[in-house]
Write a protein that binds this ligand. Structure first.
Ligand code: NAD
Length: 484
């Protein structure tokens, strides 16, 4: 395993200056060069699966199956698709214009914004770091990637691999913590993408505001899951929800955070949860290779404290292993407003069940809290589905399963309000780093198109006749009948 090496401020400044020079030289602009870098990114992952899995085992003891399907797979897929679609994305567009403006060659040029800073978190360190990098490469932007210091295993593997595969004059890893990120944020970037929590997002947004730098914020929050026991299959719902809490030990921004269910159906749902827990062998989770650990002592102690303080009743799980930082997926029933589990985002394998008296109360509860990254509902009730579409707000809306929307490459992934802004995946990421530059080229006095004579009405002094011509052209008044 490579060592986790923190970069100095001199190294940060040198990297920044190199990337700025590379952008000014136009190195990153040719589409063939961008496609080559995307192919290199694919090779970097496919040729180093073992060391990447090793990095994950240091940080999270993450099962290789989850590394392959949730980290390496989506990045490889999306890099390949981006390379294949790049010609179409990057081609100029001719917008529809009014008849008399056709000779002006109105064009939308796709231009790289410039040098990008990507700050990523520890929980999906390959996927969340490299998805923005794919977008930056595709858009023709150099990028500095600052992975999380909380996951030094994967961050050091990335620092080792980047210069072996990607052009180091355009793509650099900077490793470090708060001081290094603070230094990075003092520099003027052309776009910043930050993925993480809302508190640090505000620090990043304030730093970006100093330079008017555009920003993408991929944040989290408490994603609810409504269980409509009247129309759903409780066994399947329980199994799917519980799976969402076991994946990466619940350390996933789109994990179902808490469940809302009719009070009268809580007993039946709890029974279904208990059955699902047996099926998923949760009693062996502390020792199993199929479950991840909690990332750090700090996060482990945070979750332990939530467990100690909660007044909910444990229905499955509850056991912990301090040495391995493991927590068995744990479900609580009868959790009430004000409980420790309902304060902030849980970001761990704990699921509170919150009983409500009717489904309207569930909608009101969701609307009384910050807009979540995703809203889940297990229901076959068409009216309830429509009410959730129309009356609630969230980054995504997902019926009858959890997390699976992440596997659809062509859906935009984004938050709203407290869960962030800007979009990811394929062209959506490309668009984040692309400036739409408007261009016109107006003929001076073509005899055929007569642009100058046609424009003559705009020049002062204005007369009633020229004012009328301009007003008709602007759409302010209708053309007089004689002119038709
Ligand atoms: P983290 O602690 O790794 O922090 C993320 C990044 O912020 C790191 O690179 C870190 O160095 C940097 N950072 C931390 N403190 C900083 C400071 N004071 N100034 C500047 N930079 C600083 O990750 P985290 O925040 O614990 O990540 C978990 C959160 O991210 C959760 O809220 C989760 O929901 C959210 N998340 C969102 C998405 C998404 O795509 N919407 C994906 C994953 C995680």
């Amino acid at each position: 395993m490579p060592d986790f090496k923190i970069n100095t401020t001199d190294e940060i400044d040198a990297a920044y200056n190199t990337l700025q020079a590379t952008f000014r030289a136009g190195t990153t602009r040719p589409l063939a060069w961008r496609k080559h870098q995307l192919n290199q990114l694919v090779l970097m992952l496919r040729e180093n699966i073992e060391s990447i899995v090793q990095g994950f085992s240091v940080d999270l003891r993450k099962p290789p199956a989850e590394v392959l399907t949730g980290e390496i797979g989506p990045v490889v897929r999306r890099a390949i698709q981006s390379a294949a679609q790049l010609d179409a994305w990057a081609s100029d567009e001719s917008p529809q214009v009014r008849e008399w403006q056709r000779t002006w060659s109105p064009t939308i040029l796709k231009r790289p914004k410039g040098v990008v800073l990507v700050i990523s978190p520890w929980n999906y360190p390959i996927f969340l770091s490299l998805q923005p990098v794919i977008g930056a490469i595709s858009a023709g932007c150099p990028a500095v990637l600052k992975p999380s210091e909380i996951g030094p295993g994967v961050s050091s593997v990335l620092a080792d691999l980047f210069p072996k595969y990607l052009d180091p004059s355009a793509y650099r890893i900077i490793n470090g913590g708060v001081p290094e990120t603070t230094h990075l944020l003092k520099l003027k970037w052309d776009h910043i993408t930050y993925t993480g929590n809302g508190t640090v997002a505000r620090i990043v947004a304030r730093a970006a505001a100093e330079h008017l730098t555009p920003l993408t914020l991929e944040l989290g929050g408490k994603s609810p899951v409504i269980i409509d026991a009247n129309t759903t299959d409780l066994k399947i719902a329980a199994k799917r929800v519980l799976w969402g809490k076991t994946l990466n030990a619940g350390q996933i921004c789109v994990a179902p955070d808490y469940a809302l269910i009719l009070r009268s159906a809580q007993d039946a749902f709890v029974e279904a949860i208990k059955e699902a827990a047996v099926e998923l062998r949760l009693d062996g989770a502390l020792a199993s290779d199929s479950y991840s650990s909690i990332i750090s002592d700090g996060h482990y102690m945070r979750l332990r404290s939530l467990m100690t303080k909660s007044l909910g009743n444990v229905v499955v799980g509850g056991s912990t292993d301090d040495a391995k930082r493991r927590i068995t997926p744990t479900v609580y029933r009868d959790v009430k407003e004000g409980d420790s589990l309902l304060e902030g985002e849980i970001f761990g394998p704990l699921l509170p069940i919150v009983p409500v008296d009717d489904i309207r109360q569930a909608i009101e509860y969701i609307n009384a809290h910050p807009h979540p990254l995703v809203l889940y509902a297990f229901t076959e009730d068409a009216e309830l589905k429509q009410a959730l579409r129309d009356e609630t707000k969230s980054g995504g809306l997902h019926f009858n399963d959890v997390v699976q929307h992440m596997s659809i490459d062509t859906l935009p992934f984004s938050g709203v309000g407290e869960s962030g802004y800007g979009s990811q995946a394929l062209k959506y990421t490309y668009d984040e780093y692309t400036q739409l530059r408007s261009s016109v080229d107006i003929p001076l006095a073509s005899s055929v198109d007569r642009d100058e004579p046609r424009l003559s009405a705009r020049y002062p002094p204005y007369t009633p006749a020229t004012t009328q011509v301009m007003a008709v052209r602007a759409g302010a008044i209708e053309a007089p009948a004689a002119a038709l």
